[in-house]
Design a protein around this ligand. Sequence first.
Ligand code: 4FD
Length: 229
Amino acid sequence: MFQGPLDESLLKKARDKGLLDINLVNIRDFADDKHKTADDSPYGGGAGMVMKVDVIAKALSRVAGHGSRVILLCPTGKLLTQEKVKELAQLKQLTLLCGHYEGIDERIRGMVDEEISIGDYVLTGGELPAMVLIDAVARHIPGVVKEAESVKKDSFYEGLLDHPSYTKPEEFEGKKVPDVLTSGHHKEIDRWRRKESLKKTLYRRPDLLAKFTPSAEDRSLLNEIMQND
Ligand code: 4FD
């Protein structure tokens, strides 16, 4: 589950450059019986297996230590946002705990610093959510993403969605690139992009726009948008 994404592209380069260090730990290695049992059936009955608290406690005591933030990836955690990603990127070390059964012993929640979910859906394990978190956080480590593709231009960075982008050809199946982008007028281009960014956020994610504090220029662009449509 981890080997693919970690050994590909940007994350691989970041690890090779020493910008990112990832240690994979197999929870089963901390089971004390010969079958390496990390899960068991739930008290009170019912289907499915539950991750064992004693095995997790042992794993965390060996792995986490020394001020590492311990995060449980689970469907009932707090939703991951770009704001949270930026906060986590400031920390030296994270311990990501991935549940892999139908559930975990409730007492495990008392051993973690926070619980995070990557979205309102259930997966077979916390491994893919952990990879999503690692990828999102790694992009904020200086040197991982090229300066030109600065994370400051990302969707959500400022709380707005990205403006549209185009590249060659200038015309495709009758659809032309907006004239302003080929005009060479950089001030006009910046203004157009800002307006499109506000427009897209207004139509697609009004919830984001409600939390956003527009500048005087943004307010004037928003007025134009609402006049036209
Ligand atoms: N939406 C997410 C995280 C984990 C997961 C699991 C308790 C189930 C979805 C702890 C129950 C872990 C998410 C594993 N599914 N499944 O981030």
